[in-house]
Design a protein around this ligand. Sequence first.
Ligand code: PMP
Length: 451
Amino acid sequence: MIESASSSKVLHRRLHGPMPVAVRGEGCYIVDASGKRYLDASGGAAVSCLGHSHPRVLAAITAQLQALPAVHTSFFTNAPMEALATHLVARAPPGIARAFFVNEGSVAIEAALKLARQYWLERGQPKRDIIIARDASYHGNTLGALSIGGNLARRRPYEPLLFPNAVHIAPCFEYRHRGPAETAEEYGLRAANELETAILAAGEGRVAAFVAEPVVGATAGCVTAAPGYFKRIREICARHDVLFIADEIICGMGRTGTLFALEQEGIGADIIVIAKGLGAGYQPIGAVLVHARIVDAIAAGSGALANGHTYMGHAACCAGALAVLQAIEDDDLLGNVRTMGALLDARLRDTFGDHPNVGDIRGRGLFRAIEMVADRNSRTPFDPAYALHARIKHEAMQRGLLCYPSGGTADGVSGDHVLFAPPYIVSDAQIETMVELADAAIKAALASLPR
Ligand code: PMP
């Protein structure tokens, strides 16, 4: 334990307070320097989908490092990058034809936005320079990604630096926005139609792309769209010739029970962005998957991707990611995500279904969240000054549980949720323990609130 982060030479996220030192990973556990074991119900920020010591992934990375760590993509291609692209394209939603690789989710989003812009330049439509995205979303922490993101707390300090041509529409968030007289389908349609209104308001031929998370991640807590929402979104994009970019950075690569979250919506996308579960924490990697229509436009135009980074297509990162995807497939881990996801959902409902301070239990696969409320009937959130989410995280860690609570759930400022994203290798006994520990942590956090 570093007793106080203020004595460290690292500029930590928090400058004060103690910080345990993690030294070892064992399956679904992280062990700190004092020997304390933490059951990992969040994989960091929903990253470590194979736990922390997967032998196949470690072996693949080690072998690649010994053969060749990295080559610059302007000089060479490399075998793991080629194999990883082939693997992903073969399993991606229809139309996806190519992939390229960077090293973070945010950088992959930047690359996707630039690719969308390049597509319209190749097609001779330079006026398409507006990106539409949604409130209560997160697309990354770099300035371009923050510009399109809808996470108010993260945007606020940087507002003057964000690009002006990002337009935000409401999210599809039933618990918070569905009207009392609306069916889920009617609400889904109404929410999707906001996109058409925004495209028309921007003006004919102005919108380059619409960006959305198929299942909203940490900003709102595992929010799945109402039935029909994404089908309608795809229709609207097609009608107005607007590219659809799916941000599957957190919800993709099996997290929701299918390799791509969009599979469960029955639609594809022009660009799909993935990261987190792709590297599973073993290597930093993100990918941009590209529809044939975009590849064809570039091939018929400039013939070159107008973007580049030093570590693109890093061979050891690609080797690690390929091993992750092979393990997911060969060990039928998507089957386990679905079975253990159903168990996690059931246990959350048993434990919190009648809880006076839990308003909603939601999610898909091993991507689940509970939303905390001060009053269930009115759905009133807790005072954000209490930082209930931070108290829950602290109490959980005290008890040896890692979960992923966040604030701003209801409207960007108020609201708290607790997100669970355990590794795909989790056992039923571990699911039971996670929910028991979360229950104890939540009780303690609620008891600590000022009265
Ligand atoms: N998009 C989504 C949906 C995410 O959840 C995240 C990470 N929380 C990002 C983008 C940014 O990814 P990274 O932190 O790897 O830059």
